[in-house]
Each structure stands twice: as C-alpha cells, then as structure tokens.
Design a protein around this ligand. Structure first.
Ligand SMILES: [Zn+2]
Ligand SMILES: [Zn+2]
Length: 159
C-alpha cells in the first residue's frame, strides 16, 4: 500500500467504517450525527465547521436543516477524538477538516485550490528523538504541513 493517499481520488473512509469506529468507542451514529457524517464525506477537500453548518441548513432534506451549530461542532469533536477527522491549516491560516482513516498523518495542501494529499510517512520522528535526548522533554505530538501548487494549478510549461 502506498504511503501517499490522495483524498480526491483514492478510496476513502466510508460511513459504515466511521460507524464501526464510533461504536467501538461507545458512540452511535444516529439522526443528526449521521447527516453530519454524510455531509462531511461529500467533501474531497478540507471543509470548515461553518461550511457544514451552512450546507446542512440549506440541505434539500428538511431533517438535515434542523441540525444546530452546537450539534455540528460537538459531532466534529467526537469524530476528531476517534481519529477519523484531521485538522489542517489552510494557506490563509484558518483551520479546516478532512475525514480520513485513523492513523498518524501529515498533509500536503495546494495553495491555489485547496486539494489536500495525506501522507503517513513521518519525517519528524528523528527530530523528536533528538529533541527528547537534548531537552528531556516528554514529547506528545507534533504538526507538519506542506504547502505547494498541485499539477492542475501549475502553469502549463511553454514548449
Ligand atoms: Zn491546486
Ligand atoms: Zn509526524
């Protein structure tokens, strides 16, 4: 299996998989939570909580329209706590989310269109070991994000 996973094209985590993970942690994916997960899975690029709130409010199915902001935020919190939701920082500095299979991940983000590639290869481990040895800190976590321009957004080369 490749260590690189393009959110936009490769098979992604599905609602039943998320349901299974949630139930392992004692959560049930019913009613509003189910709608929120379905809506989150529509996105192949990072989305914000406010985006989801607005989409659910405008949803064609009235049952989704009744879902409040607090429920959306609480559900995203739960999804993050069971590790199927990752936070990414967008090029403008604001936070957004991607839904993906659990595991340690970093992200490569296109500064033009927001396309996000997850990768599981972690280049920070060596640095963490050095820092631990040098500082005696107990290190819990780290963030690394890489920004660039995806192939679709690059100027075609003149020939
Ligand atoms: Zn792009
Ligand atoms: Zn890492």
């Amino acid at each position: 299996m490749s260590e690189f996973h393009a959110n936009s094209s490769d098979p992604r985590i599905t609602a039943p998989h998320i349901q299974a993970i949630l139930s392992q942690h004692g959560y049930r994916l019913t009613g509003p939570r189910g709608w929120i997960v379905d809506q989150a899975l529509q996105h192949d690029r990072p989305f914000t909580a406010e985006q989801l709130v607005a989409e659910l409010r405008d949803h064609q199915d009235g049952r989704a329209a009744g879902i409040g902001r607090a429920t959306v935020y609480r559900t995203l919190e739960i999804l993050a706590s069971v590790d199927v939701l990752s936070r990414v920082i967008q090029p403008n500095g604001s936070a957004a989310y991607v839904v993906e299979a659990p595991g340690h991940r970093h992200h490569l983000v296109c500064s033009s269109c927001g396309t996000t590639i997850s990768f599981t290869a972690c280049p920070v481990d060596t640095l963490v070991n050095t820092l631990t040895a040098d500082t005696s800190f107990t290190i819990h976590d780290h963030l690394l994000e890489v920004f660039g321009t995806c192939p679709d957004c690059q100027e075609p080369a003149d020939s």
